[in-house]
Design a protein around this ligand. Structure first.
Ligand code: HGY
Ligand code: MN
Ligand code: MN
Length: 404
């Protein structure tokens, strides 16, 4: 097979006819089909599979246990996401195992392929949910009460999948099995395209957080409410979005700030809204830069809200500190790949969640458009196959040594 053929197997799963691209969210019909694809891909190369207490899928080459060299990524997407963000890492991992088996190679320590649950946080609003639960970064009780846009709680979603909610949470025994984790991912940027190279390793992940900003006004009739008598949260939110951008533009060069999601209540054409929820995504070169940017942004948002006679409440939904990847492992992976560059990324990844707990590294595959979180995401077949061959070589070198 090839990476391309593996991705073609899921090409029709979760297509979003409205947005374009794919919408595959934790335990929805599409993501469950992708979980079946993961299991059948594992079966084809003789790997056993299991779901851990946090909804993460594992495929095992050898018996689960200490000394494991793990690879993998995620199956879920953002709404209207691209073909490669997540599934490329999974398809490449199975392709790498198939290439190694075709060579007659057998690992001298366990090799695992993992699909982490809800990396995008698109259903329950907690990015890297599965990996953060695994390492103990998320309180399982806080996770269980989260609800999706239909009001379904994570707990009921778990029970519907016949998963044991009492197993949710830190899994130190499983985490201790992992000697290293290497995630292959499509690059979400143009660095490799500009360098004319197919692969890179990751040096760092920007610090980033998400906040839900709720603006409360006074719902009323669009036709009978004089303009001067209004407390319109949509007007306040519009001014706030411009303020968000202004602060980021005036910030340090790595500063990013986005409001990509708005929910207007009641969302009626002939209604002055009563409430607007806006989700704020802020990223920066350091945790302090993000906190400073957030403070400056919320100050301006507060002024916009007050000017419209509205009120404001802000809820931090997640915060992922700056990640610097494990120097020794990253240098080794770069060397095995033939001396590839090491580049930072503004995108979060499960490898970043694991990085403070065990040697973690990332392999990026060139993306000619640099676009991601959009149907425009691309990768060349030849680069995808190069990535899988490189990952195979990395697994061979890392899992070929006897456990110390
Ligand atoms: O949002 C991110 O950076 C990642 O794609 N979840
Ligand atoms: Mn993503
Ligand atoms: Mn991703």
């Amino acid at each position: 097979m090839s990476v391309r053929e593996r991705l073609d197997e899921i090409r029709e799963i979760g297509r979003d006819e409205l947005r374009g691209g794919y919408s595959r969210h934790l335990f929805d019909q599409a993501e469950v089909q992708l979980r079946d694809w993961f299991r059948s891909s594992a079966e084809k190369v003789g790997l056993s599979t299991e779901v851990d207490g946090n909804g993460n899928l594992w495929a095992w080459w050898g018996s689960p246990g200490p000394g494991t060299i793990a690879t993998g990524s995620h199956l879920d997407s953002v709404p209207g996401g691209g073909t490669y963000d997540g599934p490329l890492g999974i398809a490449s991992a199975f392709e790498a195992v198939a290439l190694l088996q075709a060579q007659g190679w057998v690992p001298s320590r366990p090799v695992a392929i993992c699909a982490f649950a809800e990396e995008e946080g698109s259903r329950f609003g907690m990015p890297c949910l599965g990996s953060r639960l695994l390492v103990g970064e998320i309180d399982p009780q806080a996770a269980l009460v989260r609800s999706d846009s239909d009001g379904t709680t994570l707990e009921s979603a778990w029970r519907r999948e016949e998963l044991d909610v009492s197993r949710l949470g830190a899994d130190p025994k499983r985490l201790a099995w992992l000697s290293a984790f290497v995630e292959l991912h499509v690059e979400q940027g143009l660095d490799l395209e500009q360098r004319g190279l197919p692969l890179a390793v990751a040096s760092a992940i920007l610090s980033h957080g998400r906040w839900r900003v709720s603006i409360h006004g006074e719902g009323n009739h669009a036709g009978t409410t004089p303009m001067r008598d209004r407390r319109d949260p949509v007007v306040a939110a519009s001014a706030a979005v411009l303020a968000v951008r202004r602060v980021a533009l005036e910030g340090e060069s790595a500063a990013r700030a986005t409001v990509g999601r708005l929910a207007v209540t009641p969302n009626g054409t002939n209604v002055v809204a009563s409430r607007v929820d806006a989700w704020l995504d802020i990223r920066g070169a350091s945790d302090q830069d993000v906190r400073d940017q957030l403070a400056a942004t919320l100050k301006l948002i507060g002024e916009c809200v007050a000017a419209e006679g509205c009120s404001l409440d802000v809820n931090e939904e997640s915060f992922s500190p700056l990640v610097t990847f494990h120097d020794e492992l990253t240098s080794r992976v770069a060397h095995i790949l033939g001396g590839v560059p090491s580049i930072p990324t503004g995108a979060g990844h499960d490898a970043g969640i694991l990085a403070p707990h065990l040697p973690s590294a990332m392999i990026f595959v060139r993306n000619p458009t640099g676009v991601s979180h959009s149907p425009g995401e691309t990768a060349r077949h030849v680069d995808c196959e190069t990535g899988a061959r490189g990952l195979a070589e990395v697994l061979k070198r890392l899992a070929g040594e006897e456990t110390s």
